[in-house]
Design a binder for this molecule. Structure first.
Ligand SMILES: *Cc1c(COP(=O)(O)O)cnc(C)c1O
Length: 373
């Protein structure tokens, strides 16, 4: 069994991918070719925002967003410690300080109730992460941000395609940033990412920042990076967008199937219990794209060993909160993040992709429930 099967998808779109790649080879505009603008328009329409700027990765999407907002040395950005390292990395790279606050233990996303007391004179932005494919509580976060005149950047690297109160992830705040890393819900065949906004001024700035701070050729009014999305990756993504809405539905169905199977075996939801085998809790106003289907279990190492012995691959997203990582620990205040610590010790991600066969899900659930009992 594979943790993520990209081959089934590839077989489905092979002809279109080949044709799209051939078109790039024929016109030869590998950088900023017409596929990039076509993709940006398609993605902006999908998300429901006015502007999309294709960039070279999800990490660079976050970096470009922060640079467009002029985040710099000494500034603070409020974020979660329970995420992939890139979220905090880009803040620290700019000389700013990630201010880690604890998560909601049920959804694993930034707890809006803890944000306001962390806002101070140096706070320049709030950066929630929509973890595992489920959006953070963006209305609550936006309301706090609005009271303090702060921008909100959604790290939507795992949630492209998810909805929050019937609106799409990436279109829920000042800027939404996503990743097209191959294993993400919408992945290319290399690195890629995108920034989304309704703000025309920010869109222009992000377009400049991702292209060496350039407004016109050899004119560089701002500091920038080489952060462009390749034409070939845009071509692959255009081919994949044709089936993406169907894949989002398949992901939701696969997640719901896991939850039903595990609950039939006695698992609770993170919304109902704190111990034992727990399935994800998707808030009623959310739909998840299940970038990861992540459970909690007691005695995780033993459970991983039992699953591995049955040839079922697993992963831990993430075993160490970022406020406990060497590169960031010195930036942290002494106040702890007990919910992030507890999640880091208990979470376990199961094989998940849009083409996961029902038999595989049944076998995973059976072995997991037996191992966690
Ligand atoms: C994958 C990921 C990123 C980084 O995306 P890349 O395209 O790999 O640079 C950032 N944040 C989160 C939450 C991610 O999962």
């Amino acid at each position: 069994m594979q943790f993520i099967d990209l081959k089934a998808q590839q077989a489905r779109i092979e002809a279109e991918v080949q044709a799209r790649i051939q078109a790039v080879l024929a016109h030869g505009r590998y950088i900023m070719g017409p596929e990039v603008a076509e993709l940006e328009q398609r993605l902006a329409d999908y998300v429901g925002v006015r502007h999309c700027v294709g960039v070279s990765s999800g990490t660079d999407a976050l970096l470009v967003a922060l640079m467009a907002l002029d985040v710099g040395p000494g500034d603070e950005v409020i974020t979660t410690p329970f995420t992939f390292v890139a979220t905090a990395e880009v803040i620290a790279l700019l000389g700013a300080v990630p201010r880690f606050i604890d998560i909601d233990p049920v959804t694993y996303n930034l707890d809006p109730g803890r944000i306001e007391s962390a806002i101070g004179p140096k706070t320049r932005a709030i950066m929630p992460v929509s973890l595992y494919g489920q959006c953070a509580d963006m209305d609550a976060i936006n309301a706090i941000a609005a009271r303090h005149g702060l921008p909100v950047i959604e790290d939507a690297a795992q949630s492209f395609g998810a909805t929050y109160k019937n609106r799409r992830s990436c279109g829920l705040s000042t800027i939404g940033c996503t990743s097209f890393f191959p294993s993400k819900p919408l992945g290319c065949y290399g690195d890629g990412g995108a920034c989304f906004t309704d703000d025309e001024r920010l869109a222009t700035l992000m377009r400049q920042v991702m292209n060496h701070g350039q407004d016109k050729r050899y004119s560089h009014p701002r500091l920038g990076i080489n952060g462009r999305l390749d034409s070939l990756q845009a071509a692959v993504l255009l081919a994949k967008m044709g089936i993406f809405p169907d894949e989002v539905e398949r992901r939701a169905a696969a997640g719901a199937r896991y939850t039903a199977l595990l609950q039939a075996c006695g698992a609770n939801s993170t919304g109902d219990a704190a111990d034992g085998l727990l399935t994800p809790h998707i808030a009623p106003h959310n739909t998840s794209v299940y970038a990861q289907y992540t459970v909690q279990t007691d005695d995780r190492d033993a459970v991983i060993a039992r699953l591995s012995a049955a040839d079922i691959p697993t992963a831990v997203h993430y075993p160490i909160p970022l406020n406990r990582q060497g590169a960031y620990a010195h930036l942290c205040r002494p106040d702890g993040t007990p919910h992030a610590d507890r999640a880091a010790a208990r979470v376990l991600s199961l094989p998940m992709h849009p083409y996961l066969p029902a038999e595989d899900a049944e076998r995973v659930a059976e072995v997991l429930a037996g191992a966690a009992a």
